[in-house]
Design a protein around this ligand. Structure first.
Ligand SMILES: [Ca+2]
Ligand SMILES: [Ca+2]
Ligand SMILES: [Ca+2]
Length: 267
């Protein structure tokens, strides 16, 4: 009997300490500036968007126009099979505000997709916001390029006025959007030539990692089941003791079933 996966019904925020309610060395890295938790409503600071604290890059008199940066790298490797298949999306949301000055200091969020070598695959910068009196909600849906294994979230505050750098941030979240793989996302190869030459030596199912709980059954022309594999993975199965012939498969997942033919050809 097969047990099918149950997707979590709640949306988990993948960002550590995304609301500045804990010290910023919990989850965040300071590039430059005096970033800290700022308690809301003290000394003219705004009300927090979430709970009691906001991200504040500090007092930096004279650093006009110098971007001060705080960042966090979120590991997305556990979503890799869905990202590689182009099916996994994420929702990002964050809030920005500036102090009531004219001109106001700026707040900007820059997102970067990183590959396994920490190289930047794509950069998504927000506008440099100067919203005062209220929080600006910055929200977008992310579709990472296939090689993505991490997302770098950069908070950048730049001084335009006064002695403190007042681009504020609060309540940042990154949530994976659940998806159910469809039959069209899965492709079964139709030929095995198990002779060790490196070509088609094992049976392959494209995107099989999207459906880790599955069942593969192989039948001969008489309809006898000659092989049954629970939770098939690529790379191992060479057709075992099957003689040269055409066979038929039924590949079963939680949501669909695929049927087709399979040729085993040993030279
Ligand atoms: Ca907060
Ligand atoms: Ca200022
Ligand atoms: Ca071969």
């Amino acid at each position: 009997m097969l047990l099918w996966p149950h997707f979590a019904a709640f949306a988990q925020n993948l960002i550590i300490n995304g609301n500045a309610e804990r010290p910023l060395n919990d989850g965040w890295v300071i590039v430059n500036g005096n970033w800290s938790q700022q308690k809301e409503l003290e000394d003219g600071f705004p009300e927090a968007q979430d709970s009691n604290y906001i991200f504040f890059s500090g007092f930096n008199n004279g650093l006009f126009g110098v971007p001060l940066e705080l960042y966090q790298v979120v590991d997305l490797s556990s979503f890799r099979s869905g990202i590689e298949a182009g099916l996994q999306t994420f929702t990002f949301k964050g809030y920005m505000q500036s102090f009531i000055q004219n001109p106001p200091d700026t707040a900007q969020i820059v997102l970067e997709y990183l590959d396994a070598n920490q190289q930047v695959l794509q950069t998504i910068p927000s506008a440099k916001k100067t919203v005062i009196f209220d929080w600006f909600e910055y929200a977008l849906t992310l579709s990472p390029p296939p090689a993505t294994v991490a997302l770098k979230i950069r908070l950048i505050s730049t001084l335009a006025n006064g002695v403190s750098v007042d681009g504020y941030f609060d309540n940042l979240s990154l949530v994976a959007v659940p998806f159910a793989p469809k039959a069209s996302d899965i492709v079964l190869y139709e030929l095995i030539t198990p002779n060790g030459d490196g070509y088609n030596d094992t049976f392959k199912i494209q995107n099989v990692d999207l459906v880790p709980l599955n069942q593969l059954k192989i039948f001969n022309r008489s309809g006898d089941c000659v092989a049954a594999i629970e939770n098939f993975r690529n790379g191992a199965w060479t057709g075992e003791s099957l003689a040269n012939s055409t066979y038929y498969y039924i590949f079963t997942t939680a949501n669909f079933e695929l049927k087709g033919s399979l040729v085993v050809q040993r030279q």
